[in-house]
Design a protein around this ligand. Structure first.
Ligand code: HEM
Ligand SMILES: [Cu+2]
Length: 494
């Protein structure tokens, strides 16, 4: 089997990102487990240990695994979908190293400087914690490097699409407005569209956040002596902080589209409606971050109202995508293998996470769950059960291709069910604690009568961590050729 050179190259790069990210995840989930255990007081020095573990866990899992692997797998899917080379493989490798260097700085800041300001380090917390100023400075610098990587990611996507000969607006879904859409030849392949949308979205969203980060950095090293307005800073953070979730979700939707078409052996149905929804997302994605600030009474009321409406609007691309994918599976002669098993599981949790997200987005309900463990449950269903599951699915698709199907598929299926059971268990303790007033980012279980639920969730977390570790082991041994294909319990997805 000899594939075109540019495809081989993208495959190697993507696999490199995926395997590196997998190792980060293996450590990150252990840190998550330790964060929870530290709440019981068993590990000593409760507040400091809890906050530093939580901070590193959040950043490692979300950025070091989630964003990093969705960026990494983008390259392969984009090249395959467009059947055209990357704009610059060198730039893509540079982005890898920017993230890696940034990540090392984050680890140094927490391990040696005790930074613990949480992964969002809400301004001006960096100046007030139990950590040293140098730790906050190194942390800020680490995040700046990742930010530069994110902007370059956006640029590389747009340039790659242009190199393949497609127009900018068409790639963002706007060609769906054309009257003769159905007759048009050379339409942008649908799986490329979510990448274009997030590419532009991230370039726009990272700018206000980068300004905030640079301001904080200059203040930490003493070059600026004026504190920024806290509400303004909060808005700058969330302008970016919401769409950065899409830095995982939108590429994941691209993976969904791509593997669905491969395993269904046909194009997705509803292309025009999906593209219309992506055109909407292009605009709305950058104007809804203020839904994280509903409880700040000083914020102008119209911003709250707009944020609620905008957040409802952004549900549309997800709903249309879930419909298109499900319908395509239903009408096609769908091929079930490891990757498509992961994909289907992810699809179900995407819907579940979306429903709890709708509660968060609705102001009259948000007042009951704001800053409670309900929110933590919501985003773990999303980040772990929906997004990470699909990233693994995409990873297994790549590994299937890379190893020509010679990896331990049986163990890969078992790993899926292990962490799904664990994660469904532990997130539901959080949902319940949240509804009963359990506060997030609180080193003790508050109210105290919820402590029992904290203890009960720990065994489920252990199961989830084991499931993730098995996954990383299977992927790792497949990539490095140590795999022995187990007796095929599941069909081989060749
Ligand atoms: C076995 C898997 C996991 C376990 C056991 C776990 C556990 C935890 C715990 C205990 C917290 C602290 C919640 C609180 O007390 O407020 C937390 C927060 C968090 N987790 Fe996880 N988690 C897991 C997977 C993930 C994944 C896959 C992601 C993202 C891709 C993720 C992202 C986060 C983030 C962003 C936070 C917030 C950190 C902060 O507030 O600074 N987690 N997790
Ligand atoms: Cu949000």
């Amino acid at each position: 089997m000899s594939e075109k050179k540019h495809i081989e190259e993208a495959k190697d790069i993507s696999l490199g990102y995926f395997i590196t990210g997998g190792l980060v995840l293996a450590i990150a989930v252990l840190l998550g487990l330790l964060t929870r255990i530290s709440q019981t007081g068993m590990l000593g020095n409760v507040p400091k240990l809890y906050y530093s573990l939580m901070t590193l866990h959040g950043m490692a899992a979300f950025v070091g695994w989630g964003c990093f692997t969705s960026i990494g797998l983008t390259w392969y899917v984009l090249v395959k979908t467009l059947d055209s080379p990357l704009h610059s493989p060198k730039l893509v490798k540079f982005i890898y190293w920017l993230f890696a260097t940034g990540f090392v700085l984050l680890v140094v800041s927490v391990l040696f400087g005790n930074f613990g300001g949480s992964w969002v380090f809400l301004y001006p917390i960096a100046f007030y914690g139990y950590w040293d100023t140098w730790a906050a400075t190194v942390w800020t610098l680490g995040v700046i490097l990742a930010g530069v990587g994110i902007i370059l990611y956006g640029l590389e996507i747009l340039l790659t699409i242009r190199k393949a000969g497609y127009g900018f607006w068409a790639a963002l879904g706007f060609e769906s407005f054309k009257k003769d859409f159905d007759e048009m030849e050379n339409r942008v392949p649908l799986p490329a569209v979510p990448f274009a949308v997030i590419g532009l979205g991230m370039i726009v969203a990272t700018i206000p956040f980068a300004i905030l980060l640079i301001y904080q950095f200059l203040e930490l090293i003493g070059l600026i002596n004026t504190r920024m307005d806290a509400l303004l800073a909060k808005n700058m953070l969330w302008w970016f902080g919401h769409p950065v979730v899409y830095l995982i979700l939108f590429p994941v939707v691209g993976f969904f589209y791509y593997v669905t078409e491969v395993y269904a052996g046909m194009k997705l149905i509803g292309e025009r409606y999906a593209k219309l929804a992506w055109a909407l997302a292009t605009i709305v994605q950058n104007f809804i971050g203020a839904h994280h600030v509903y409880n700040d009474m000083a914020q102008a009321p119209w911003i709250h109202v707009w944020s609620q409406l905008g957040t409802y609007a952004i549900i549309i691309p997800s709903l249309i995508s879930i419909f298109s994918i499900t319908a395509t599976i239903f009408i096609s002669d769908f091929h079930w293998g490891v990757a498509s098993q992961y994909m289907f599981t992810s699809l179900a949790f995407w819907l579940l996470a979306g429903m709890s997200g709708w509660v968060n987005a609705t102001i009259s309900l948000n007042i009951h769950i704001h800053n409670t463990l309900w929110v933590v449950a919501h985003f773990h269903v999303m980040a772990l059960l929906a997004l990470s599951t699909m990233i693994f699915g995409m990873g297994y698709h790549l590994i299937t291709d890379y190893t020509e199907g010679d990896f331990n598929k049986n163990l890969a299926s078992k790993a899926l069910w292990t962490y799904v059971i664990g994660a469904l268990g532990f997130t539901h303790f959080w949902f319940i604690q949240g509804l009963w007033g359990g506060i997030r980012r609180s080193y003790a279980s508050t109210p105290e009568n919820l402590t029992l639920l904290t203890y009960l969730s720990i065994p489920f977390m252990i199961i989830a961590v084991i499931g993730i570790w098995i996954n990383v082991y299977v992927a790792f041994s497949a990539a490095f050729g140590k795999s022995k294909a187990a007796p095929a319990a599941t069909a081989s997805a060749s």
